[in-house]
Design a protein around this ligand. Structure first.
Ligand code: HGY
Ligand code: MN
Ligand code: MN
Ligand code: MN
Length: 410
């Protein structure tokens, strides 16, 4: 077992104080990408990183890097991190835990007087959640060469804002080219956001793969008409057609006995009046599966259903792809180091798949990567009830500390 451990109080204190930045008077925590509240969160991370003696670099898509290049260290860095942007009415652990634990690992190594053979860097990636600007994991996608930075900066948000203008406005339109640091390895510590670890009573998840993600935006157009006078047989009801899509997706995923999951998270009707048949329904579809072939089959089945639905309901259906990421397999060597580190601390561990998307899904394109999970109480996340007990948060950070030492200590 490693001779050093993180400073638990410092880490837990920082998680809780960052968790209050962006909390509205209604108690909701919201730090959407490149918003004023996210700026405050970024500023806090930069302040802590600089106070820890790290150099801070910001790239053109606003990714923030805390860099520790100790004397004698050389070569490609070990990269840690995650994100500090949130969904709407978020919990305090998603993303922030990985960024702050990464910083904590660096400070712990510095305080122990240890000198890694490589630089160690902790990143806070821009727009991981994708709530304001699609696609999600955008900062790490650009960083890993999956999206041109100019295209990303010109993205129009759900509020009509332009990402590049917003990053400039909050002072995080950096000057470094994305990808300026090629990582030797990337390890992301994250809450599981699902029920597996808690249900099995396991403390550490050694994440070996991450499922594919397909995001689509659908617009169904019918005819507005009088809710009282229009016979059912004469309706071109966009709202009803949209509802058929929702039940199609759920029924198919439920009957499939596969890990496929499908979610319609956003839906708007127009004109959105109690006594008017909706002329337009706009909604999103989030389809995921750890197997690429099956994910493609699900996308094809959906497309075929929409074709038939359009004819049956006499509506037009337009589909816009918003994001598409293939499943990712992480580096077996690093996953094994995670298992070894957990076992050496007497922690129970298991290999597992990540249901959620993460920056590691993108960085795995350019460097050997893996993730460490800690349990989420009742599997809840993207919800203010998101919670992980202190002991698990500390255990995860210590496993990250040990894996970094295994990768970077002389
Ligand atoms: O959608 C996701 O899985 C991630 O939280 N952005
Ligand atoms: Mn996250
Ligand atoms: Mn999230
Ligand atoms: Mn995520």
């Amino acid at each position: 077992m490693s001779s050093i451990s993180i400073d638990s109080e410092r880490l837990l204190g920082r998680i809780r104080s960052l968790g209050e930045i962006g909390r509205g008077i209604d108690g909701q925590l919201i730090r959407l990408a490149a918003s004023d509240t996210e700026k405050l969160g970024r500023d806090q991370f930069v302040t802590w990183a600089r106070a820890s003696g790290l150099d801070v670099a910001i790239d053109r898509i606003g990714n923030v890097f805390g860099i520790w290049k100790s004397e004698g260290s050389d070569g490609e860095p070990i990269l840690l991190g995650s994100h500090i942007d949130t969904v709407i009415n978020a919990g305090i652990f998603d993303g922030c835990y990985g960024v702050l634990a990464g910083l904590e690992v660096i400070v712990t190594l510095k305080e122990a007087g240890l000198l890694p053979s490589r630089p160690i860097v902790v990143a806070a990636f821009t727009n991981e959640e994708g709530v304001r600007y699609a696609p999600d994991m955008m900062g790490s996608l650009v960083y890993s060469g999956g999206l041109e930075v100019e295209d990303a900066l010109s993205t129009v948000g759900t509020d009509g804002s332009i990402l590049g203008e917003e990053l400039a406005r909050i002072g995080y339109a950096g000057d470094r080219q994305p990808g300026f640091l090629k990582p030797h390895a990337y390890i992301e510590l994250h809450i599981e956001q699902g029920p597996v670890l808690e249900r099995e009573g396991i403390q550490i998840g050694a994440v070996e793969n991450l499922q594919g993600i397909s995001w689509q935006k659908v617009t169904i157009t019918g005819d507005a008409n009088h809710a009282g006078t229009t016979p059912i047989s004469m309706r071109r009801d966009a709202g009803y057609a949209a509802a058929r899509v929702v039940t199609f997706l759920r029924d198919r995923a439920k009957a499939s006995n596969t890990p496929t999951v499908a979610t319609v998270g956003c839906m708007q009707f127009a004109p959105n009046a109690i006594n008017v048949i909706p002329s337009r329904a706009t909604f999103t579809i989030d389809l995921r599966d750890p197997d690429e072939d099956r994910l493609q089959q699900e996308e094809a089945a959906l497309a075929a259903f929409l074709e038939i639905l359009g004819q049956e309901e006499s509506v037009t259906i337009d589909v816009e792809r918003m994001a598409r990421f293939e499943p990712v397999k992480f580096d077996d060597g690093i996953v094994t180091k995670i298992e070894t580190a957990a076992a050496s601390r007497g922690l129970t561990t298991r290999r597992m798949t990540s249901g959620a998307g993460h920056d590691a899904q993108m960085i795995a394109r350019i460097a050997p990567s893996a993730m460490i999970f800690v349990p989420s109480q009742a599997g809840i996340s993207h919800n203010p009830k998101e919670y992980t007990p202190d002991a698990d948060l500390i255990a995860g950070a210590n496993v990250l500390l040990d894996v970094v030492q295994a990768l970077a200590m002389r």
